[in-house]
Ligand binder design. Sequence first.
Ligand code: NAP
Length: 244
Amino acid sequence: MSSTSPETVLILGANSDVAKAAIPMYIARGYYVIAASRSTDALQAFALQQQLSSEKLLISYFDATDFDNHQQFYNDLPVKPSIVLYAAGFLVQNEEAIPDFEKTFTMMKVHYCGALSMLNIIVMDYENTRLRKIIGLSSLSGVRGRKSNFIYGSTKAAFTQYLAGLRQYLFPRKVTVNVIVAGYIRSKMTAGLGLTESLMLEPVFIAKAVVNAGSRFTIVPGFKWKIIYNMLRIMPEGLVAKLP
Ligand SMILES: NC(=O)c1ccc[n+]([C@@H]2O[C@H](COP(=O)([O-])OP(=O)(O)OC[C@H]3O[C@@H](n4cnc5c(N)ncnc54)[C@H](OP(=O)(O)O)[C@@H]3O)[C@@H](O)[C@H]2O)c1
């Protein structure tokens, strides 16, 4: 890596609606973005529509569940990242996930195994002295186990705990780790779920929280979700059991 190569943001799961909102924001701040996704055609169309120049954006293929190829994917990156955003996500509701282990396992692979496989490779590259931030998109579903969504929620809880430990592990190297603990986001993932409209946040709002992430570990975008998050954390088990 040349010392003159641009500061680079690597986005894993970059066809996410939140990630796509973050890409132009990072580019506007002068970063080179590597958008890594299974859906490279969709991202090419997005780049064309947004008039994002190939000098600022590289689209590359990445599957979070293809663990065997993660090291090669990292080795092939033309520039190693300063900032990494893990945005890949997959949601199946409990009713479908409990009887179908493949669906449960896919959530485990996308949110936990794939994240650890890829992020561990990234942090093991001690030669990449530019690495300074890792941000994970997690969820309020991972704060307390609730009967309606504990399969998805538990995979997010595991991801959040990994990031918490990773933050401590990377502290001596001056790499900051943040977790975005998001509530409802209006995205492909929640389309058709009929979630409470007044609690929905736009992808661009979450993306702003991502690109502005500072030194604090937990970032909960939106004041209503901050209140819900703080209540959930201290709520006695008996009350949590009354929630959906
Ligand atoms: N939407 C919400 O209410 C909400 C709330 C809290 C947290 N989150 C989290 O926020 C993140 C972004 O979600 P979003 O709301 O932007 O939803 P989204 O638009 O559905 O984005 C999720 C992305 O994950 C990608 N993905 C799934 N499996 C993958 C795999 N095996 N390898 C690589 N990428 C994979 C999908 O790729 P394809 O486009 O190729 O299918 C999709 O682009 C996710 O981690 C999600 O769990 C979402």
